[in-house]
Write a protein of this length. Structure first.
Length: 425
């Protein structure tokens, strides 16, 4: 059987060794023969690519690693394309975290105004990537890890015909952590999981078909009481659901803002330091495995999620995974044509969201407001529509007023001038 070619756009990412490790562990079910790493930063690509080549050689796997700065060349013959780009690099992330704080709003790279700025920079670039895929490898599947993953995936589905599925490691971490709490295999667990990317809740847990959510919630509340959870026990009791860690930017907004203001550096600045250390380690010609320091970068089980999704498509598994895909009526509280993060059946025709019960009123309004913000953000990014940009900020639950929205938009536009050509007209 002919081997598969996987193309990684943003192959110079420090995450790449973990991704490749996932493919090395899965050669039995996924016959990958070529992995092409593409990145616009050649120096970084050579460092990361060098480690990856040593990892493959050390494993004895028959996988060819190729490196290129040319996107079109990288896409030739690819069946799967993984996107993990950061438009503007870490410096833009740091700005995304600092600007909202000036207005008393959480500074975070995917949530709130920081995520808005990132989306405006990223959507046009990802549309270009999609157009290249359609021209060069039209049958390829695009697995989108690029954040904000839900917004990017929705933009691609609305404005191109590329075959794309959005993926995040939050759902797989939920499943594995719950499995650990219960002492069972993750494969035996089914989650009643609902929401959007980085705005999701677990409201049911089934082990081999048996509903064990009461037990799971009790464990979470007990951990929270000992300070071992993201949320207060009273919040978990009130919701009777388990929120994604990203919900702390809403439920504990003021406390998080205070902590961010008191911190000596933003998370982006911490990541910048970790990445510098990682790249130094990667450059060591004696290093043949991913270093433990990579765990501090975040992205736990990133490769597990990516490989599982590609395997489910390639092997036509009809397996249930939680992904970002078209709603198509699965969640009646949101438009059919929007992207949701839900359990979906994955086969060789893509991801098919499973119908779930409507959201309770306790979370419905927040999700609908954020989805409206996402729709407006996509419109602004694609059309260079300043009115839509302002409407998007005004619609976001964390932006307190029109005057703040106006000042935020000015600050974001000024800081990202070089990356927002669509607004220059």
């Amino acid at each position: 059987m002919q081997g598969l070619k996987v193309c990684v756009i943003g192959g110079g990412s420090t995450y790449t060794p973990e991704l490749v490790e996932g493919f090395l562990k899965s050669t039995a079910e996924l016959p990958v023969s070529v992995i092409t790493l593409m990145d616009i930063n050649e120096a970084r690509l050579q460092v990361v690519g060098g480690l990856v080549q040593r990892m493959v050689q050390n494993s004895g796997a028959k996988i060819q690693i190729t490196l290129t700065t040319c996107r079109k060349a990288a896409l030739e013959g690819a069946q799967y394309v993984i996107s993990q780009i950061r438009v503007g690099g870490i410096e833009c992330r740091i700005r995304d975290e600092k600007i909202p704080l000036q207005f008393g709003i959480v500074g975070q790279e995917t949530t709130g105004p920081g995520g808005f700025a990132k989306a405006l920079r990223t959507i046009p670039v990802m549309l270009d990537v999609a157009h290249d895929i359609l021209a060069i490898a039209p049958e390829a599947w695009l697995i989108n890890f690029t954040n904000p993953a839900g917004i990017i995936t929705e933009a691609l589905l609305k404005y191109t015909n590329v075959r794309v599925i959005g993926l995040c490691n939050v759902p797989i971490n939920f499943k594995w952590n719950i499995a650990q709490d219960l002492g069972v295999c993750p494969e035996t667990i089914y989650l009643d999981y609902v929401g959007l990317n980085h705005l999701s809740w677990v409201r049911g847990v089934y082990v081999n078909g048996e509903n064990v959510f009461d037990q799971v919630l009790k464990i979470a509340i007990s951990k929270a009481a000992k300070g071992e959870h993201f949320f207060a026990p009273e919040l978990l009791e009130t919701l009777s659901m388990i929120p994604s860690p990203y919900l702390r930017y809403y439920y504990d907004h003021d406390r998080v803002v205070a902590e961010q203001r008191q911190a000596g550096k933003t998370r982006g600045e911490e990541v910048k330091e970790i990445e510098a250390q990682l790249l130094k380690l990667y450059a060591d010609p004696e290093l043949k495995n991913k270093p433990q320091l990579l765990e501090k970068r975040g992205g736990a089980r990133y490769s597990t999620a990516a490989v599982a999704l590609i395997s489910a498509i390639h092997n036509n598994k009809s397996e249930v995974q939680i992904v970002n895909c078209l709603n198509q009526g699965a969640l009646s509280d949101l438009p059919k044509g929007c992207v949701v993060e839900l359990p979906a059946v994955i086969d060789n025709t893509g991801a098919h969201a499973i119908r779930v019960s409507p959201m309770p009123a306790s979370i419905r309004g927040l999700v609908q407001a954020v989805k409206a913000y996402e729709e407006l953000t996509i419109k602004a990014a694609v059309e260079g529509d300043e009115r839509a940009a302002l409407q998007a900020l005004l619609a976001h639950p964390l932006v307190p007023s029109f005057s703040v929205a106006k000042e935020l938009w000015k600050a974001i536009k000024d800081a990202n001038k070089a990356y927002l050509p669509q607004f220059r007209g």
